[in-house]
Design a protein around this ligand. Structure first.
Ligand SMILES: *[C@@H]1O[C@H](CO)[C@@H](O)[C@H](O)[C@H]1NC(C)=O
Ligand SMILES: *[C@@H]1O[C@H](CO)[C@@H](O)[C@H](O)[C@H]1NC(C)=O
Ligand SMILES: *[C@@H]1O[C@H](CO)[C@@H](O)[C@H](O)[C@H]1NC(C)=O
Ligand SMILES: *[C@@H]1O[C@H](CO)[C@@H](O)[C@H](O)[C@H]1NC(C)=O
Ligand SMILES: *[C@@H]1O[C@H](CO)[C@@H](O)[C@H](O)[C@H]1NC(C)=O
Length: 372
């Protein structure tokens, strides 16, 4: 339809040669090349098939090609491009014949007779569960005190961590037990019956692993103890809408009261804010306004004796386009201006591509205003 419309315009616009108008008819109108679906970041499982989507619309014929780390993907028995543009890797390998892996950054290119579009880069990672980075360590705690056990593992995707005591699954229904998703187990008001051998169990789609065991011994009852922060908040960077958990667990006798504030004096608010266990702060559906330095204070009841610990929370926002370049038709010798702006935290970096190739300013091409 856009060709018909331009043919009609040809009859009326004298300074537009029919060749120029035909070349430009591909940009503008419903038939222009555009992605309906770009490949998304995925975690692949070894020896299983993997599909990456690339759906485009536009005037045919359109050819779809795929690249891994910028190198064309060899298609054959192991990898095929399906009729709808999807790349199928039949048997995802950690290593191919040589030292290559199927993991990496993939993009697809769509080309028709007017030009070429390159998709976003999809990050494809192999699911894995490496050995524990740290194992729980044995502790001795006074009756009525606080115990904290921790283990660390870097799984892809993130491992689900549960705990065992004396090789039995540890139920965390007891409100004295708090299990944080990053592999921290907190036990408050420790009793003699809490003692035993603890280990953590990490599992994800790739594997299940058991940590070393650590002993929790419960010693005599407690005497007066100044408040102290056993573990304060870590600096944390999350994306908008994710959940942040800032840890704070304090010891002392009598048991200190844990409270939270912001270093800048602003209110923490109430919406989406919860206290997990005895003092951990959970912020659900984080917004940019939640970025800041958080202060955990442990106070001895009825006194001014207190300890504090700080942690910085950074909430990031992935880039989003505010303004897209619009297709234009221009006579030869004229100027065309394309505008593009994006928002995000930190500030997004913009690049321009022409037919899939990085556009660098030269001769008659000018980038202005920080590439916007
Ligand atoms: C996938 O590859 C692995 C290792 O190269 C091999 O053991 C397995 O049989 C293959 N599976 C299929 C379905 O081809
Ligand atoms: C493409 O085709 C494959 C095989 O028919 C199908 O499994 C997949 O969902 C299709 N992808 C899209 C985006 O339609
Ligand atoms: C494979 O390893 C060799 C040497 O060990 C190296 O020269 C080559 O670049 C590697 N290939 C890839 C695709 O990483
Ligand atoms: C983690 O494991 C527990 C116990 O097997 C299970 O109930 C829970 O649904 C799992 N959570 C996730 C996120 O997989
Ligand atoms: C958190 O970040 C601040 C700077 O913003 C730094 O001074 C501090 O040491 C960091 N704390 C931890 C536990 O890494």
């Amino acid at each position: 339809s856009s060709i018909r419309r331009l043919d009609f315009l040809n009859l009326h616009i004298s300074n537009c040669s029919s060749l120029t108008c035909l070349l430009l008819s591909g940009v503008g109108g419903a038939s222009e090349l555009a992605f309906l679906k770009e490949p998304s970041d995925v975690i692949a499982v070894r020896d299983r098939p993997l599909m990456l989507d690339c759906q485009v619309e536009g005037e045919g014929p359109i050819s779809i090609t795929w690249r891994q780390n910028g190198v064309p993907v060899a298609t054959g028995v192991k990898a095929t491009v399906l009729g709808n543009g999807t790349l199928l890797i039949r048997n995802f390998s950690k290593r191919r014949e040589s030292n290559e892996t199927d993991a990496g950054e993939y993009d697809c290119a769509a080309q028709n007779r007017y030009g070429m579009l390159i998709s976003r880069k999809a990050r494809v990672q192999l699911a894995s569960l490496p050995k524990f980075l740290s194992h729980p360590e044995s502790v001795a705690v006074d009756e009525g005190g606080v115990a904290r056990l921790t283990c660390q593992v870097n799984g892809i995707p993130e491992a689900n961590i549960t705990w065992q005591r004396d090789r039995q699954h540890l139920s965390t229904e007891d409100p004295r037990y708090t299990l944080l998703p990053n592999g921290v187990l907190q036990i408050t008001g420790v009793r003699r019956t809490d003692g035993g051998l603890f280990r953590c169990v990490a599992s994800n789609i790739a594997n299940t692993r058991y940590s070393h065991e650590a002993q929790l011994s419960v010693t005599g009852s407690r005497i007066y103890q100044e408040p102290a922060i056993l573990s304060g908040p870590q600096n944390l960077t999350i994306n908008i809408h994710q959940t942040a958990i800032l840890e704070c667990i304090a010891t002392g006798n009598p048991r200190p009261i844990v409270s939270w504030s912001r270093l800048d004096g602003r209110s923490i608010g109430v919406e989406g804010i919860q206290v997990l266990g005895t003092g951990n702060l959970m912020i659900s559906d984080a917004t940019l306004q939640h970025s800041g330095v958080y202060v955990c204070s442990a106070n001895r009841p009825g006194s001014r004796s207190r300890r504090t610990a700080l942690g910085r929370l950074v909430v990031q926002a992935p880039p989003e386009f505010v303004q897209w370049p619009q297709s234009v038709s221009r006579p030869a010798g004229g100027s065309a201006v394309f505008s593009c702006t994006a928002s995000g935290v930190p500030e997004p970096h913009l690049i321009w591509l022409k037919n899939g190739k990085l556009l660098t300013p030269s001769g008659n091409v000018k980038l202005t205003n920080g590439n916007t």
